[in-house]
Ligand binder design. Structure first.
Ligand code: NAG
Ligand code: NAG
Ligand code: NAG
Ligand code: NAG
Length: 610
C-alpha cells in the first residue's frame, strides 16, 4: 500500500510540473457542491494509512447540518451525523442511524469524530472523520469499493431538528476513488488542447436510437489522450442520453483514411444498427473500443505514465456511437453532447488500449433473466485462449482503470480473474451497483493480466421491479447488458474485444426455442421456430409461455453459470494490418474454472482494502 501511495504522489508531482495545474497534490482529496443552490459544499480526504475519511462540510446556514452514508439513497438504513453550532457558540455533534424518515436515532456506538466546528457570517463549518469500517455492523455502513449515496440536509435553525425536509438530497459517490483530474479545470482547458467532439442530433420519436457518426482527430502526428469528460448543455440532453462509445477506425490496407471516412465525417451520420441507411463502415472498420461514457459517469484522467495514442500514422478517424433514450417519444428533440478529449504531444511512457469484455452481443437472447429473480448471475468470458492470442507475443498487460455496464436490473458487477488453479482478487467490483452512476474508476493498484489468464465479467440482476416480466439482452435501457471496459497498457493494436456467449444448443432445448431472427421493425429478436411461437419476441415468449417454476429457474441459472461459452476475440484490425496478435482459432469454448481456490471479499471489519 505504501509504495502505491508514494507512487501516486510522484505521479501527481510530475503532473504538476508538466502543466502547473494542480492546486494540491493529493488525488484522494475531493471537492464537490452537493445542492443545486450551491449552499452545501463538501470536501473529503481519504487517508489510506489510517483507513479513515475526513469530511469538511461548509453550508450557508445558521442551523444544523445533516450528513450521512447510505446504500440506496434512502434515510432508512443510513449512517448519519447531525451537528452544528448552538446558541452560545457551543458545537453539537452526534452519530445517528435512521430507521425511517423520522429524526434519526442516536447510535450507542459513536464512531464519527468531530475535529472542528464554527459558525460565522451565516456559514456553518464542520470537520469530522470516520474509519472505513467502524465494526458497528448494526448501524454503520463500511466504506468499501461499493458505491455509496451521500445524504445531505440542513436546517435554518439549530434546535428544531425535525424541520429539515426542505433542504436535502442525495449524491452518488465512490469515496475511495483517486481523482487524477487537474484541480483547476478552466486552467486545464486553457493549457491542454482539447479535441471537442460535439454531436447535435434531432432524435427520432422512438424509445431507443443508436446513432453513429465519424470524426477526424485534430492531430497529424502521434499524440496521447490523457483524459476525457462529457459535457451536456442542459439537463434535457443529459436525461435522454444513456451512453456513448468511441471506436477507432482503420481504413482497409492500401487505402487512405480520408478516402473511406472523409465523406461520412461530413454528414450527420446514421443509425448504427438500423435497417435503413445501415452503418456498414462502422461494423467493418471501426470496432476497436476507445472510450465509453455511461449514465452518471464523471470525468476520467489517466495516471501520468499512460496515454491513449492517436494519429500514430497521420490522419485518423473515430466513430462515435450515442445511445439516445426517448421513452416518452418526444418529437423534435434536439440534443447535444460533447466529448472533451484532452491530448498532449508530450508522449507518456506507455501506450494504453481498451479491453472490452462480457456478453458477446447486445440483443443476444441468451441473456435472459427469469421474472422476479432477486440475485441472478450472468457471466461473460474472456477466455484463456483469448488472452494468450492477444498478449502471447507481447507479454503481460497492466489494467489501470475500469467501468462496468449493465442496464436497469443490474445490482452487482465483478470482474473475476483466474490464473491456473487460483482465483485472484477481482479486478474491479461494485456490489451496490447503481444504473445512474456508471463511473470509470482508476484502479488504486494496477492489475497484471498474463497471457493465459481468464477474465470473467459477472453481473447480478434483480428483476423484482419488472412486474413479473423477464429481462432480455438488448439495446434499450429496459433490456439488459453485461460488460466491462478496461484500460490497459501495453497496448496491442487490435486486442480490444474479448467476449462470449453461452452455447445456444442446450439453451434452446431448455427454453424450447429453435430459431430466432432479428426483426428490424420491432428492433427485437423474433421467434421463427417452433412455428407455434413464430412472431413472438423473446420477452413475450419468456413472459407468457415459460413456466418459471423453481426447477426451470435453477436450470437456466446453471446454464448461465456453468455451460461452456463460445468465445469471440477477433482482432479489431482489418485484414492485412501488421499485428502482434497470434493468428488462430477465434471461436472456441471457455469453461467456468473448476476446482480452483475461489477468492472472497474479506469479512467486514477486517477489510483488506488491497
Ligand atoms: C478540513 O478543514 C481543516 C481545517 O480548516 C483543514 O486543515 C483540512 O485540510 C480540511 N480537509 C479537507 C479534506 O478539506
Ligand atoms: C466543447 O463544446 C461544447 C459545445 O459547444 C462547449 O460547451 C464546451 O465548452 C467545449 N469545450 C471546450 C474545452 O472547448
Ligand atoms: C410496474 O407497475 C407499476 C404499477 O403499475 C408501475 O408504476 C411501474 O412503472 C411498472 N414497472 C415496470 C418496470 O414496468
Ligand atoms: C438456437 O437458437 C438461436 C436463437 O436463440 C438460433 O440462432 C440457433 O440457430 C439455435 N441453435 C440450435 C442449435 O438450435
Amino acid at each position: 500500500m505504501k509504495t502505491i501511495l508514494v507512487f501516486q504522489c510522484l505521479l501527481f508531482t510530475n503532473f504538476y510540473l508538466q502543466f502547473s495545474l494542480a492546486e494540491n497534490g493529493n488525488p484522494y482529496k475531493h471537492k464537490v457542491t452537493l445542492d443545486p443552490k450551491e449552499r452545501y459544499q463538501l470536501e473529503w480526504l481519504v487517508n489510506w494509512d489510517e483507513k479513515r475519511v475526513t469530511f469538511n462540510v461548509t453550508v450557508l446556514t445558521n442551523g444544523y447540518i445533516g450528513f450521512g452514508l447510505s446504500k440506496k439513497g434512502k434515510m432508512s438504513g443510513a449512517d448519519i451525523i447531525i451537528g452544528g453550532v448552538g446558541k452560545k457558540g457551543k458545537p453539537y455533534f452526534t452519530d445517528r442511524y435512521a430507521i425511517g424518515n423520522q429524526l434519526p436515532e442516536i447510535d450507542e456506538s459513536q464512531d464519527w469524530t468531530l475535529h472542528e466546528a464554527w459558525e460565522r457570517g451565516g456559514v456553518t463549518f464542520l470537520s469530522f472523520s470516520r474509519p472505513f469500517d467502524t465494526c458497528d455492523e448494526n448501524h454503520d455502513l463500511p466504506i468499501t469499493d461499493d458505491v455509496l449515496r451521500l445524504i445531505w440536509a440542513y436546517g435554518e435553525v439549530d434546535d428544531d431538528l425535525q424541520y429539515h425536509f426542505g433542504h436535502r438530497g442525495v449524491y452518488n459517490v465512490y469515496l475511495l476513488d483517486p481523482d487524477l483530474a487537474p484541480r483547476n479545470r478552466g486552467e486545464a482547458r486553457r493549457i491542454i488542447p482539447v479535441w471537442n467532439i460535439t454531436k447535435d442530433l434531432r432524435v427520432p420519436a422512438k424509445e431507443t436510437t443508436y446513432w453513429c457518426s465519424f470524426h477526424k482527430v485534430p492531430t497529424k502526428t502521434k499524440h496521447h489522450i490523457i483524459g476525457f469528460d462529457v459535457i451536456f448543455p442542459t439537463e434535457l440532453d443529459r436525461r435522454h442520453i444513456h451512453h456513448l462509445l468511441l471506436y477507432r477506425c482503420y481504413a482497409p490496407i492500401g487505402t487512405q483514411p480520408e478516402t473511406i471516412f472523409g465523406g461520412p465525417s461530413k454528414t450527420r451520420g446514421n443509425e448504427c444498427y438500423a435497417p435503413v441507411e445501415p452503418d456498414t463502415l462502422g461494423f467493418k472498420y471501426c470496432s476497436e473500443t476507445f472510450y465509453v461514457w455511461v449514465a452518471g459517469g464523471r470525468h476520467i484522467f489517466f495516471p501520468e505514465h499512460v496515454g491513449l495514442p492517436i494519429s500514430e500514422h497521420g490522419a485518423e478517424y473515430f466513430m462515435l456511437e450515442v445511445h439516445y433514450n426517448n421513452p416518452n417519444l418526444i418529437p423534435n428533440l434536439n440534443l447535444r453532447v460533447s466529448v472533451e478529449a484532452y491530448y498532449t504531444n508530450q508522449l507518456r511512457e506507455h501506450d494504453a488500449g481498451m479491453l472490452y469484455i462480457g456478453e458477446w452481443s447486445p440483443g443476444a437472447t441468451t441473456l435472459l433473466v427469469p421474472p422476479n429473480s432477486i440475485d441472478y448471475q450472468f457471466l461473460g468470458h474472456c477466455a484463456p485462449g483469448c488472452t494468450q492470442k492477444y498478449f502471447g507475443k507481447t507479454g503481460n498487460i497492466k489494467v489501470f482503470a475500469a467501468v462496468q455496464h449493465t442496464h436497469l436490473s443490474g445490482r452487482g458487477v465483478r470482474v473475476l480473474h483466474f490464473r491456473g488453479k487460483k482465483e485472484l482478487p477481482w479486478i474491479s467490483y461494485d456490489d451496490n451497483f447503481d444504473f445512474n452512476f456508471q463511473q470509470f474508476r482508476v484502479l488504486r493498484k494496477e492489475r497484471e493480466v498474463r497471457p493465459g489468464d481468464q477474465l470473467i465479467m459477472s453481473c447480478n440482476y434483480d428483476t423484482t421491479e419488472k412486474n413479473g416480466s423477464v429481462a432480455i439482452g438488448g439495446f434499450g435501457t429496459r433490456q439488459e447488458m453485461c460488460h466491462s471496459f478496461m484500460y490497459y497498457y501495453n497496448r496491442v493494436p487490435g486486442a480490444s474485444n474479448c467476449l462470449s456467449q453461452i452455447r445456444t444448443k442446450e439453451y434452446n432445448q431448455t427454453l424450447g426455442i429453435e430459431s430466432v431472427i432479428w426483426d428490424p421493425s420491432r428492433v427485437d429478436m423474433v421467434i421463427t421456430n417452433p412455428t407455434q411461437f413464430a412472431g413472438l419476441t423473446m420477452i413475450e415468449y419468456g413472459n407468457n409461455h415459460v413456466e418459471w417454476d423453481i426447477a426451470k429457474r435453477e436450470e437456466i441459472q446453471r446454464h448461465h453459470r456453468f455451460q461452456p461459452q463460445v468465445v469471440m476475440c477477433p482482432s479489431s484490425l482489418p485484414e492485412g494490418y501488421p499485428s502482434s496478435i497470434a493468428t488462430g482459432d477465434d471461436e472456441h469454448l471457455s469453461e467456468f474454472p473448476r476446482n480452483v481456490k475461489r477468492y472472497s471479499r474479506s469479512p467486514q471489519c477486517r477489510q483488506a482494502y488491497g
